[in-house]
Ligand binder design. Structure first.
Ligand code: 48F
Length: 257
């Protein structure tokens, strides 16, 4: 029988249990766009306790807008293998070039991350990092707030989650890197923002620049482009997927040492 108090109790008990478990994790991925979802899938596949914190109530980030709201995205070799592995149908449109529906790509990438064992928490914004400065500055977690609280403009103290690695996958604004550079000057981080469009160069450089920014903090996707002032690419997504996969491999190697 449907009972309101039972619904309430179930939600609160189950959510509280999850939050207790996620207060200390292996990897906090910030942002559920293409780079974040891909990173989460490979991190979780490697057995790391991975949680994606996403500000919105939906995942996919910039995929959903396709190209100027037309509902297709383009992906190039070898990144299409990541989508294929996730079960995403692809239409070959040229040598090494493929197209798919933006909604399909979102669903398949999210599904792949969840099936691998990653948890995706929606409606939560990362608005700061946790740091230590014992021998050198190090990022050891993220500070969380309900997006709705931030939108309401009321002061509510946030919660902290400890993580062995934090990945900024927040896209063009590189929000985690930005807050870290503003609040921890010892990190000497300067976020210069992305350059104007040059698709082929941007795709290559985004993957090249993906990596550890300082101990405990990594940049992937457009956050890496914003950090290194490399060009934007528009609605071609291979670089985002390869960047997510690369950051996952780097973290797995680091945490296994
Ligand atoms: O913007 P987004 O898709 O970043 P990405 O993975 O991919 C970029 C491409 O979509 C596209 C492009 C190249 O193809 O130029 O733009 O680098 O996804 C970023 C996600 O992070 C969320 C945001 O809502 C989006 O879903 N996000 C941003 N800031 C925060 C956040 C934050 N402070 N806390 C939590 N989530």
């Amino acid at each position: 029988m449907i009972n309101e108090s039972m619904i309430t109790r179930t939600i609160i008990e189950k959510a509280a249990k999850d939050w207790v478990n996620l207060s200390e994790i292996d990897v906090a991925v910030v942002g559920a766009g293409p780079s974040g979802l891909t990173a989460a899938a490979y991190l979780a596949k490697a057995g790391l306790r991975t949680v994606v914190f996403e500000r919105r109530l939906s995942f996919g980030g910039g995929i959903g807008g396709g190209g100027m709201l037309f509902h297709k995205i383009v992906v190039q070799s070898p990144a299409e293998e990541i989508l294929r592995e996730a079960g995403c149908p692809l239409e070959k449109v040229g040598e090494g070039l493929f197209a798919t529906d933006s909604s399909t790509a979102i669903a398949k990438l999210a599904n792949s991350a969840i099936d691998a064992g990653a948890k995706i928490i929606l409606g939560v914004t990362v608005d700061d990092v946790i740091f230590r400065d014992e021998t050198q500055p190090k990022i050891v977690g993220v500070v969380l707030q309900w997006t709705a609280v931030i939108m309401a403009g009321i002061h509510v103290d946030p919660l902290g989650v400890k993580a062995k690695a934090v990945v900024d996958c927040t896209g063009h604004d590189a929000e985690v890197l930005s807050v870290a550079s503003r609040k921890i000057p010892e990190l000497n981080l300067s976020i210069r923002g992305e350059k104007s469009m040059w698709a082929s160069e941007a795709e290559k450089l985004t993957v090249e620049k993906t990596g550890e920014v300082c101990p405990g903090l990594y940049a992937a996707g457009m956050a890496a482009a914003a950090l290194h002032n490399t060009p934007r690419m528009g609605p071609i997504f291979g670089g985002m997927l390869l960047s997510g996969k690369k950051v996952a491999q780097l973290i797995v190697e680091k945490l296994r040492k």
